[in-house]
Ligand binder design. Structure first.
Ligand code: ATP
Ligand code: MG
Length: 423
């Protein structure tokens, strides 16, 4: 154990990194709020059953990726690998069935034990939404429109495309399942042990596997497509979603190979992908999960939602400046330090963002002002202290004026610098 290193696949967030994260989360929430979504924060760990029952026992997440441990009391606990199961659990345990439709937004850390690489970590962050209790395809259109709206508000570098597919209703899925079994069973030997197990339990999942074995790849590629097995109701549903998106002028591609890995998905599945992140190309993914809440033991309730990977979005983002550029207080000599400290305090109380170097001569303190990208410097020498004034220098234009200390905030505002927060 090298205990002074972060655990593999985890990262410290600071400076530019955390500014990007916070900007993504804040933008996502602000846009989601406009669509009527309220924030929910569920615990980062749940009883293991919450995930194993909902994600299905053949999903990668459940079979390989969960951080599971026993408590001292002998209960099995799992760090959440995703957000939907916790929200569904909260819906059931909170008895919220009478309050549908419900719209939730969440943000936070997720945990999956997978191989770390660019855009893939063991502790990562998501923002996501869930819309509970709406059967109509209008819900699918709304959550996709919300996702597109958030992504465009983030002003990302690089093209993002929306792909959608339909996984049909229960009847269509059963028919498709049979078709997949007929396709794969005769060539079972070409499948990995894992996929052979999936063939028995959930053959759809085979389509989502990331194999490098040529024969297996080919077998997957030539599998029958879902579209041919959609019944009329499912076909109509899918058409309504596509028409709804077209009406909002949201561009999409139908990708028949898009199957969400989790057992509880039905009807609409969608992903927003980009070419600029290499292998980790999906930035946001979601779908409809009408069977989930019932399967967990709650009242039958339809649901649809998505989650976006904050790290992946952060990789696509331009730089984010700190929210407020500070002004720097600069005492010329130790004799002015007490007045400088009092002035710093007063300006902070007045709502300004103020920084003061703790030591050093004037030159060193001016350098620090530059480093922290201060918008202005307030220079206090012996004369200024005697007269109750300050020399205020605009660090962008170089303009300099002598003002009464009480007029500092007014002068800064006149220059369009450092408005008090809330102004
Ligand atoms: P992938 O195919 O990339 O493993 P997934 O299907 O496992 O993705 P979801 O469970 O749909 O991913 O999660 C939604 C989003 O969360 C992904 O599209 C991605 O942006 C992000 N995400 C998932 N796993 C990770 C991870 N380990 N590290 C960083 N981001 C992740
Ligand atoms: Mg994954």
């Amino acid at each position: 154990m090298s205990s002074l290193q972060p655990v593999r696949g985890t990262h410290d967030l600071m400076f530019e990194d955390i500014r990007r994260h916070r900007h993504i989360e804040a933008t996502a929430f602000e846009v989601a709020a406009r669509y009527g979504y309220a924030e929910i924060a569920t615990p980062v760990f749940e009883f293991t059953e919450v995930f194993s029952r909902t994600l299905g026992d053949t999903s990668d997440v459940v079979t390989k990726e969960m951080y599971t441990f026993d408590t001292k009391g002998g209960e099995s606990i799992t760090l959440r690998p995703e957000g939907t199961a916790g929200v569904a659990r909260a819906f059931i345990s909170g008895g919220l069935a009478q309050q549908t439709p419900l719209k939730f937004f969440y943000r936070g850390a997720m945990f999956r034990h997978e191989r770390p690489q660019k855009g893939r970590q063991r502790q990562f962050h998501q923002v996501g939404v869930e819309l509970l209790g709406v059967e109509s395809p209008q819900a699918d259109v709304e959550v996709i429109a919300l996702a597109a709206h958030i992504l465009s508000s983030l002003d990302l570098n690089g093209e993002i495309t929306l792909e959608i597919n339909s996984l049909g209703d229960v009847e269509s899925r059963a028919a498709y399942r049979e078709a997949l079994i007929s396709h794969f069973a005769p060539h079972k030997n070409y499948l990995s042990a894992e996929n052979q197990e999936r063939l028995g339990k959930n053959p759809l999942r085979i389509l989502d596997s990331k194999t490098e074995i040529v024969d297996e790849k080919l077998l997957i590629k030539t599998a029958p497509k879902f579209e041919a097995y959609l019944n009329e109701a499912s076909r109509n549903f899918f058409k309504a979603v596509q028409d709804g998106l077209a009406a909002l002028d949201i561009k999409f591609k139908v990708n028949p190979a898009l199957v969400r890995g989790l057992d509880y998905y039905c009807h609409t599945a969608f992903e927003f992908t980009t070419g600029v992140l290499g292998a980790q190309s999906t930035v946001l993914a979601g779908g409809r999960y009408d069977g989930l809440i019932k399967q967990m033991g709650g009242p039958p309730t339809s649901g649809i939602g998505w989650a976006a990977g904050v790290e992946r979005l952060a990789l696509m983002m331009r730089e984010i400046a700190p929210a407020q550029r500070p002004i720097a207080i600069i005492p010329v000599s130790p004799a002015e330090e007490t007045v400088a400290a009092a002035l710093t305090h007063a300006l902070r109380q007045a709502g300004l963002t103020v920084d003061i170097g703790y030591s050093g001569n004037m030159g060193k303190r001016m350098k620090r002002a530059d480093k922290i990208k201060a918008a202005a410097a307030v220079i206090l020498g012996g004369d200024e202290v005697r007269d109750g004034t300050a020399t205020l220098r605009n660090l962008d234009s170089g303009e300099q004026v002598n003002v009464k200390q009480a007029d500092l905030a007014r002068q800064l505002t006149a220059w369009g610098l450092c408005p008090p927060s809330g102004a």
